[in-house]
Write a protein that binds this ligand. Structure first.
Ligand code: PLP
Length: 434
């Protein structure tokens, strides 16, 4: 350990309260100060580099310190760093909004901006609720999927269903109902879950504003995956029972599931769609909620009708964030990313099969640029995820398992050689548990 590294880690703990962490863990598992990032690699102060195989919490899709994005960001900072978005507008946001409408499903025409994923979810929930209110109906419930995750602010947490984050706060949350998620990627599981969804809607639809789900992939819920058919059936049921369908594409969006958005695989248009994470290539905090003209129109009227959506964030539509989002979309276009990823995910898929040979592997699954391995035979207290993390780090790979689920969600610029290294180290890490 270099002196610089030890010194930074020590000073950090004097004042910084880290996210999603029991801080006492740092007594045994020291913090790693990161000096720089380049491509898929993170570099520490001790001469080590690590493959960022989870894209720094699923955000970084084109690598760290990407040359093209850097250039666009530097250009923007010299002309306009920020401006309030009421009364004013600016070129990067006008350009970005048109492009987002073009690449998202037909029918989504309006874009509302915030600065993180949870806030985009809050916006969708509030808009959905107010849409009904503007039409003279009070619908106090939201429906969501079991095992879902939509962020950790109070509203977003209310529609989430990951006990670890939610149980502590259960007495102060919004009113929600949960419908079963399809139990695997088969079409039968999708049909079964849709039947149960209809049971809930039949009974409660007049009290439910919207139904929120993560299309195809529940990331925080252990990389759980389900078939596009469920989205098709859910779309039909939501229309039938006049409940909004809210597609939270914060993690599944921007190519992660193999198509630009998860909902593309079901060919549906949700009533709301939330985006963040990959939106800025993982550079800057930006999020948005897209919706239809029909919903937008119910908020439109004279000021005194009190129909407007009175919601704002200080950094709404920040020009630096928008310029970086435009750069991210440029890369998708000019480098034909979605098609190139297909070959990479086929390669990852082939290598993933080898994990099934390990006795402590229960199951593997994959979807586009995400793959996951369930480890079996350990109790939660054994914290095998932590052991895998620790092992892999020593060999230059940063993995951050979710409980007993080891997964790969690398930046799309990862090379085949780097895929080999990432997966071979994970294999050895899981084997070392035996
Ligand atoms: C990460 C995530 C969020 C929350 O985004 P934050 O920027 O962390 O607030 C919401 N929904 C999904 C599906 C996510 O993966």
């Amino acid at each position: 350990m270099s002196k610089k590294s030890l010194d930074l880690a020590k000073k950090d703990l004097e004042h910084i309260w880290h996210p999603c962490t029991q801080m006492k863990d740092y007594e045994k598992l020291p913090l790693i100060p990161i000096k720089k990032g380049k491509g898929v690699y993170l570099y520490d102060y001790n001469g080590n580099k690590y493959i960022d195989s989870i894209s720094s919490w699923w955000v970084n899709i084109f690598g760290h310190s990407n040359k093209y994005i850097n250039k666009k960001l530097k250009n923007q900072v010299d002309s306009l760093e920020h401006v309030i978005l009421t009364c004013f507008t600016h070129k990067p946001i006008v350009k970005l909004s048109k492009r987002l409408v073009e690449i998202t499903p037909k029918g989504l025409e309006k874009v509302f901006y915030a600065d993180n994923g949870s806030s985009a979810v809050e916006v969708a929930l509030k808009m959905s609720y107010q849409y009904h209110k503007n039409r003279g109906e009070t619908r106090p419930y939201f429906l969501s999927l079991q095992n879902g995750y939509h962020g950790e602010t109070i509203g977003a947490l209310s529609v989430s269903d990951v006990g670890l984050y939610k149980d502590t706060f259960k007495h102060i949350l919004l009113k929600t109902l949960q419908a079963p998620v399809p139990k695997n990627q088969s079409e039968n599981a999708a049909k079964e879950a849709a039947l149960k969804l209809e049971v809930v809607l039949k009974e409660y639809s007049h009290e439910i504003s919207g139904f929120i789900l993560e299309p195809l992939l529940q990331c925080a819920g252990g990389m759980h995956m389900y078939a596009p058919l469920y989205l098709k059936l859910a779309r039909k049921l939501c229309s039938k029972y006049r409940v909004h369908l809210i597609a939270d594409e914060i993690a599944s969006g921007f190519g992660r599931t193999g198509t630009m958005f998860g909902v593309n695989q079901a060919n549906i248009t949700p009533d709301f769609m939330t985006l963040s994470k990959g939106l800025t290539g993982g550079y800057l905090p930006l999020s948005c909620t897209l919706t239809t003209n029909a919903i937008y129109d119910t908020f439109y009227g004279d000021y005194n009708e009190q129909k407007a959506f009175l919601h704002s964030h200080s950094f709404t539509g920040n020009p630096l964030c928008c310029s970086v989002a435009n750069a991210t979309l440029d890369i998708f276009e000019k480098d034909d990313i979605i098609n190139k990823n297909r070959k990479k995910s086929a390669y990852i898929s082939k290598k993933l099969k080898i994990f099934k040979e390990l006795k402590n592997v229960e199951n593997t699954r994959e979807l586009g640029m995400v793959s996951a391995i369930d480890i079996k035979g350990y109790k939660p207290e054994e914290r095998v995820g932590l052991k895998v993390f620790d092992y892999a780090l020593k060999y230059g790979v940063f993995l951050r398992p979710l409980g007993n689920v080891v997964y790969f969600m690398p930046p799309y610029i990862i090379t085949y050689k780097e895929i080999d290294k990432m997966m071979d180290v994970a294999y050895e890490a899981i084997k070392s548990l035996q």
